[in-house]
Design a protein around this ligand. Structure first.
Ligand code: SAM
Length: 339
């Protein structure tokens, strides 16, 4: 696997394992690569390493942080002094402790995060600020089992100082230990992982935070990659609702994206209509169950209304978020490639 991926957080629906298939059918080996749904950043980071000018977009601030830390940033790295800054005593309202302790975080980690988020937000240099927020996203997800917010039993036990269950297995123990250790131990390691992903590809890469339709109206480039939320699957706003609230410092309405709707066809049609000026399209989609979401033939027909295209079925095991979940056999993953 591409070693710079270690700089990214684990992200639901991330495409680390698929990048070699995504880039193979792209006709232009240089020029502008548009990533309309940046997510956890894996496709943009890979495109950046290949030397494309990357123009990335996502509606969510959580993704834009990742992008500004690693895609549009060609040189700024994190230093140990930057980490020390997170521990300075800051004025805060205890939002995380009040709302997410002890189910999501132990009090030790909630207190650290309440303080650290305020300090990170106050950093004047924009790139450094996004790097520190990115570090905190990685930290938060690295404390949570499967990078999700749903498993609460371990944290409740840790807070009650019952160690036996949380430290029961090789897979659970490392994450749970982070909930009781000094955060600096984890932050130093994550800092090095992040710095490994900071490099200069000699392009002026851009990251935008827009609804995809507004983004497509203005952007131009050689190839666009579309990786929208899969219709009918769990929405990003729900999966990452707690993370989004923490980054905002308040409870948001976390309304699911229209692309997560069971009948997202209309949005996909509109998206292709808005992307007519971009010469090549690569679209990723999948189904968790046969009768949910958009079937490959249906998406192919939508794309063929605009240009010649073909389907490529992928044998993909969801890389990160499904690690502890149910069996994989119902999942299909495919790409539509314009030719
Ligand atoms: C499948 S993920 C992208 C994963 C990414 N390719 C990766 O490898 O990590 C889909 C992303 O679409 C974003 N999104 C959802 N609705 C959107 C919209 N209307 N406009 C732009 N982005 C949107 C979500 O925030 C989410 O990050």
């Amino acid at each position: 696997m591409f070693s710079k991926f270690q700089s990214l957080p684990s992200y639901f629906g991330g495409k680390r394992k698929l990048v070699k298939y995504i880039f193979k059918p792209i006709k232009k080996t240089e020029g502008v690569f548009i990533d309309a749904f940046l997510g956890g950043g894996s496709v943009s980071l890979y495109a950046k390493a290949k030397g494309y000018k990357v123009i990335a977009n996502d509606i969510a601030f959580r993704s834009v942080i990742i992008g500004r830390a690693l895609i549009s940033n060609n040189s700024v790295k994190l230093e140990t002094e930057d980490l020390a800054r997170l521990f300075l005593k800051a004025k805060h309202d205890g939002f995380i402790r009040k709302n997410y302790c002890p189910k999501v975080f132990t009090s030790k980690i909630a207190d650290f995060l309440d303080n650290a988020i305020v300090n990170a937000r106050a950093v004047e240099n924009e790139t450094k600020r996004h790097l520190l927020l990115h570090l905190l996203i990685k930290f938060i997800l690295s404390c949570r089992q499967f990078g999700k917010f749903t498993h609460t039993r371990d944290t409740l036990d840790l807070e009650a100082r019952k160690w036996e269950w949380p430290l029961r297995s090789k897979s659970h123990a490392p994450k749970n230990l982070r909930m009781i250790q000094n955060p600096m131990m984890t932050l130093e390691k994550l800092k090095d992982e992040i710095n490994h992903g900071v490099f200069d590809n000699h392009q002026d890469n851009e990251v935008h935070q827009k609804d995809v339709f507004d983004f497509l109206k203005k952007v131009t480039g050689d190839v666009a990659y579309f990786d929208p939320p899969y219709p009918g699957s769990s929405s990003y706003e729900v999966e990452y609702g707690i993370l989004d609230n923490i980054l905002a410092g308040k409870k948001l309405d976390n309304k699911p994206s229209s692309f997560s709707n069971k009948d997202a066809d209309e949005f996909l049609e509109r998206m292709f209509e808005s992307a007519k000026h971009i010469p090549q399209w690569i679209i990723s989609l999948g189904q968790n169950k046969e009768d949910v979401g958009v079937k490959p033939d249906k998406l192919l027909a939508m794309v063929q209304k605009h240009r010649k295209a073909e389907v490529q079925m992928l044998d993909h095991k969801w890389s990160v978020s499904n690690a502890g979940g149910r069996g994989q056999s119902d999942n299909i993953e495919y790409m539509i490639v314009t030719i």
